[in-house]
Structure formats: C-alpha cells, structure tokens
Design a protein around this ligand. Structure first.
Ligand code: GLU
Ligand code: ASP
Length: 497
C-alpha cells in the first residue's frame, strides 16, 4: 500500500473515543472478542464431543483419532489465512472479507447446534476453516489501518486488541463448558454461534461510524488478465481437489489418517515454498536476504512453541478429563474450564511483561533470546507434567494445580514470543511481501499443528511420561541451541532489533 493511501485511510478514522485510541478499536476489539469467544468456546468442548460415548452425547470416536482431528482442524484454521489475506488484498478489501468470514463461522457453529454425527462435524469444520481464514488475519489488518505508521499508540493498540482476543478466550470455556454440561454439547455449540452473531452485529452496526475507510480499500487489485488467470487456476484447482477426493474415496483411501498425512505434509511444504519464493525474488535485496535467513530459526522456534501451546486444548484437555481430580469437596470442576486458564494468565501477566520491557529499555533481551527463553518455559510446562505420573503412577487422579502450573509456564513462554512474533515477522519479511506477513506468522501455528496431528495420537496413560518428557526436553534443547545462536541471528538481522 502506498503511503499516500494509508495516510488517507487513517485520517478517515475518528482518532479518539476508545481509551485514547481510535474509535474503531472498539469495533474491532468486540468483533474479535466475539469471534474468539465462539472459536475457543467450541474448541473447549470439541474434543470431548468427539471422544465421549454416544450414550453420553458424544460421537464415540476413538481418542487418538479425536486428538489428531483437533490438530488437523487447528492447522487448517490458520493455514486458510493465506486465502483470506489474498482475497482481501486483491479482490474484496479486509472489511468485506471479514464479514463474509464471520457469516461462514456463524453457520459453522450453528451446524453443530443440531445433532448430525460425523457429517455435521466435518461440514462445521469446513465452514469454520474457511470463515476463520477470511476473518482473523483481516481484523488484525484493519487494526493496523487505523494508525499512521509513525503513531506511537500503534503497539498499545495491538496490545488492547490482544486483550480482546484473550478476554473472549477466557470467558468462552466457562460459559460454553458450563452450559454444554448442563444441557448438551449442541446447546454449547449454539452459544458459540450466537457469540459470532453478536460479533457480526457489533461490526456491522458500528463500522461506518467508527472505521471510516479502514479496511475498505483493495490494496493491490487484480487486473483483468490476472483475474481471468486466477479464476482459471481456482476452478482448475477445485476440480483437481474434487477429483482426487472422489478417486481416493472410491478406493476407500480417503480416511482421517490419509487426510491427516496430507495436511501434515502441507504444513511443511507451504512455509518452505514461502521462504524459497521470498529468497529468490528479484525484489528481495541483499539485506533482506540476510534477514530472511535470520527469520528461519525464529520461525522454527515459533513452530515448536505453538506445538506445545496448542496441545493445551488437546492433550491437557484430555488430561483434565481423565487424570485430574475434578471433585473438590463436593464442588465439581468442568474439564472445559481449564481452557480458561491460559487466557486468564495472559490477561493478568501481559501488562507485567509490557512494563518489564519498558523498565529494561535497551537492556531487555534481544528477540532471538526472548524466543529461546520462551521455548525453555514451554518445555518446562510439559516436563513438570512428568512428576505426578512418576510419583503416583497413572491410575490415580492428580490435583488440578498441576494443570494450572503447566498453563502458567506456557503462558510465560507465550508472552515472550507471541506479542513480539508478529512485529518481528513484519520487520524481517522482505518489503515486497509485506502484505502477506500476517499469513506468514499464522503459518507458524498452522505448521505446528500439522506436526501435532502426527504426534498427539501417541499420548495415553502408558506413554504419558515419555510423551511429556521427550516433547518438553526437545523444546528445551531447541531453546538452548537458539540461545547459542542468538548473537549470530541478531547479526543476520542487520540492524533490526
Ligand atoms: N491465541 C492467539 C489468538 O487466538 C494467538 C494465535 C496464534 O498466533 O497462533 O489470537
Ligand atoms: N492465549 C491464546 C491467544 O492469545 C488463547 C488461548 O489459547 O486460549 O489468544
């Protein structure tokens, strides 16, 4: 986007009205709050819905398969951000794209509000994957559109927005988990659909007044011949996909396992292709090439981090249900509630970290060092989970405080990596690819979960110690390697901090 254009855009947004921030931040805060409410509310009960027996209102899928499906689903939800970014950038602009996304998401949750077995499960997933791809990167994009590049409120604006994300993620498991237990899973999914509807209403009702032109401009519109080419490619791609799908299912090869394998491979190929294209592009300068090299170890570290963090709603959720003492003196804890612990710690600790960085100023650790510490904390969050099994075996129930401690450790890691990750991506990606940096960062989550899809089925009571030990240990080893590489990486970053 040219400077002139972005200057025009932010000037059309009322610059005050929400805690000293542009009024539009209210709109985007609550839109994303409700979207994350629906997503994390759904995810807090989804694994239970899949593996609970049919007589308990579930689908009776075996547990390793359910875990794998959770990971594949999570991967595709972030992978589809590439599509959402492209459509906004070239055809519709962020604002329209995200509204369509919200509609897809709402219907995705609504489908699960009705009992329909595997058919509705997979239909719902498809709708939410497309919808989140269209919505999530674009809401963040519009946040950026509201501030001038020099505006020093920009970072604070993103921090407030991040609070909206985690406020939604915090409240949803409590509400959706409680209601789905009181009635049934379908009512729970219905609440998620209602949440997304509220998000859409907030956006629709306040966008004109609060957002001005933000999100309405198509930064790099397709030319006519490009549009033709894209339409042909898209149609051809769709036909090939349908044909391959039909062929595979005809021969009985379209199973959850083979689909999982395809997604896992995509999770590795897509980022590799991205890096090769960026590195080889004529528009990438020598400095930018060096920065790309610096970005690779950080990208791998982020994958390792999200692989552990995202297992919170898969492995730790299973642990909450099967290995944790949920009856505390007559009070029954819902296993879904544990999903609120991560966002709660984020809300409490994010301001602590922010003020720590301000206090440390120049003395704060470099980005590669922060990433390295992050991996150590993520690793510890798994390693401590060895202790209950090592001391008492795996046939007794353990105190819920183990899970709380594990979430606390992973959140410390998250605060060292997640808020800096996106801005580092923006700074290290070559300028010619800047429009895609959001999708590039979300790819770290997508790849992490694509790898998880192969790993999470290995978890069970028998493998518990080895499972937490190997993954936690690997993260710490990677963290230490990164620490040793940190000065080199900083040098490759050529002046970027
Ligand atoms: N948990 C955060 C969110 O939902 C971060 C997701 C990510 O970058 O993977 O927005
Ligand atoms: N902390 C995650 C994110 O920032 C939310 C979660 O895992 O519940 O939104």
């Amino acid at each position: 986007m040219s400077d002139k254009k972005s200057l025009n855009i932010y000037e059309t947004v009322p610059q005050k009205g929400f805690f000293g921030h542009p009024k539009g931040l209210f709109t985007l805060f609550f839109t994303e709050f409700w979207e994350r409410f629906s997503y994390y509310g759904m995810r807090a009960i989804l694994i239970y819905y899949m593996y609970y027996q049919i007589k308990d209102g579930g689908l009776g899928i075996d547990q390793p398969t359910a875990a794998s499906i959770m990971a594949v689903y999570g991967s595709l939800v972030y992978m589809s951000g590439i599509l959402g970014g492209w459509i906004a950038d070239r055809i519709l602009g962020s604002s329209k794209t995200l509204v369509y996304g919200g509609i897809f998401i709402m219907f995705g949750h609504l489908v699960l509000a009705f009992p329909g077995g595997l058919t509705t499960l997979f239909l719902s997933m498809a709708l939410i994957i497309i919808g989140t791809g269209l919505l999530k990167p674009n809401v963040s994009n519009v946040v950026g559109d509201m501030y001038s590049k020099e505006d020093n409120r920009r970072d604070a604006g993103f921090s407030i927005y991040y609070m909206g994300v985690n406020l939604g993620a915090f409240l949803a498991p409590l509400v959706v988990g409680t209601i789905s237990n009181k009635y049934n899973f379908h009512v729970g999914f219905g609440i998620a659909a209602f949440g997304m509807l509220l998000g859409l209403i907030v956006y629709w009702a306040t966008r004109k007044k609060n957002l001005g032109l933000a999100g309405t401009v198509v930064p790099n519109p397709l030319t006519k011949p490009e549009a033709k080419k894209a339409a042909v490619r898209f149609t051809a791609g769709a036909i090939v996909l349908v044909l391959v799908g039909a062929l595979l299912s005809m021969f009985g090869l379209l199973t959850v396992k083979s689909f999982t394998m395809i997604v896992s491979i995509l999770g590795l190929i897509i980022p590799a292709a991205y890096f090769i294209v960026m590195y080889r592009s004529k528009k990438t300068t020598a400095d930018e090439k060096s920065r790309l090299i610096a970005y690779i170890p950080l990208f791998i570290a982020a994958i390792m981090f999200w692989a552990i963090q995202e297992q919170g709603s898969i492995i730790l959720a299973t642990y909450a249900d099967q290995r944790t003492q949920l009856n505390l003196g007559g009070f029954k804890i819902e296993p879904a509630w544990f999903q609120s612990v991560n966002p709660l710690f984020i809300i409490v600790l994010a301001p602590v970290f922010a003020s720590l960085w301000v206090k440390l100023g120049n003395r704060q650790p470099s980005t590669p060092k922060k990433f390295s510490y992050s991996l150590v904390f993520a690793g510890l969050s798994f390693l401590i989970m060895i202790i209950p099994a090592a001391v008492n075996g795996t046939s007794t129930l353990v105190s819920p405080l183990w899970l709380v401690l594990s979430f606390l450790l992973v959140v410390i890691g998250e605060l060292l990596l997640s808020p800096v990750g996106l801005s580092t991506t923006t700074k290290l990606a070559p300028a010619a690819f800047s429009a895609q940096t959001l999708s590039l960062w979300f790819l770290t989550s997508a790849s992490a979960q694509a790898i998880n899809a192969q790993i999470v089925p290995l978890y069970n009571a028998k493998t518990e110690i080895a499972y937490f030990g190997i993954i936690g240990g690997l993260s710490i080893v990677l963290g230490i390697v990164l620490l040793f590489m940190a000065p080199k990486i900083s040098k490759w970053m050529r002046g970027i901090l």
